[in-house]
Ligand binder design. Structure first.
Ligand SMILES: Nc1ncnc2c1ncn2[C@@H]1O[C@H](COP(=O)(O)OP(=O)(O)OP(=O)(O)O)[C@@H](O)[C@H]1O
Ligand SMILES: [Mg+2]
Length: 255
């Protein structure tokens, strides 16, 4: 197995409210691998993704991204390390009045500086590269269309293209299919798997659909009450183990 792109070790997160969202969580994500995280509401999935992305400082443990300890970085160094991680969320968060390709170009902004950029101008020199990102998600024909006119499935694929425009090593996707219909959900999961298997990205994806996890993931990571319960290949995960993630415990009820 190749060296991990993301190595999470003994991660702990206690919010200022006293809520413990993660306890001693460890995982590794290799290039070319699609790992799906399953777990009930409130079990700590988004907290983990936010700690990995450097958006939240964990209260214990460490996160390494491409060998750099992201949890110890700040300022310019943190911003650079974060470019290696493309984020995809439940909603595409596109600028609706801008064209599809302009939305994708905005994914390159972390690599650009200068007054024009600060004033909100997009780097036109990135247009050809943005078109190759749109090609990866099969939407070059929509490049000049206003983003607000897209269907939910198309918009989500544009948000993946925008993440690809960062030239990331890994994608972190937090419930990327939550607002999509079954066909669009399958299409998006197929796209994420292709980006992992064909283009060598590491993909870590939170889902609430065990059947999609079984169908598309290389590994399924089950989380409960801020801990990893299992980390296994889909064929080896038992139905009872998956069902157990959603059984309420005293801890879950307190969340
Ligand atoms: N900013 C915060 N301050 C305090 N507690 C928080 C904060 N964010 C999350 N929590 C708590 O931490 C726990 C984990 O939340 P998190 O959002 O990581 O769960 P999740 O697994 O992503 O859930 P869901 O499936 O509903 O998205 C929950 O008990 C939540 O209420
Ligand atoms: Mg969440």
């Amino acid at each position: 197995m190749s060296a991990p792109l993301i190595a999470v070790s003994g991660l702990a997160m206690r919010y200022p409210t006293g809520r413990v969202a993660l306890t001693d969580t460890s995982l590794a994500l290799a290039p070319g691998e699609l790992v799906v995280i399953l777990g009930a509401n409130g079990c700590g999935k988004s907290t983990m993704l936010r700690c990995i992305a450097g958006m939240l400082k964990p209260t214990g443990g460490s996160v390494q991204v491409a060998g750099r300890r992201i949890s110890s970085l700040a300022g310019r160094e943190l911003a650079e390390a974060r470019m290696a991680l493309g984020m995809v969320f439940q909603n595409a968060h596109l600028v609706r009045r801008r064209s599809v390709v302009a939305n994708v170009i905005s994914g390159t902004l972390g690599r650009h500086r200068g007054l024009a950029i600060t004033l909100g101008r997009l780097p036109e020199s990135e247009r050809p590269f943005a078109m190759t990102c749109l090609n990866q998600v099969g939407l070059t024909a929509f490049a000049e269309q206003r983003a607000g006119t897209l269907s939910g499935g198309q918009a989500q694929r544009v948000s993946v293209a925008r993440a690809l425009a960062q030239r990331p090593l890994a994608l972190l996707a937090d419930e990327p299919v939550a607002s999509l219909d079954p066909d669009a959900a399958q299409e998006l999961m197929g796209l994420l798997r292709r980006l992992a298997h064909d283009d060598g990205l590491g993909v870590l994806c939170v889902l609430h659909q065990p059947e999609l996890a079984r169908r598309f993931a290389d590994r399924i990571l089950g989380m409960k009450d801020g801990r990893i319960q299992f980390d296994t290949k889909p064929a080896e995960v038992k139905e009872t183990e998956v069902a157990g993630l959603y059984v309420k415990t005293t801890e879950t009820l307190a969340a």
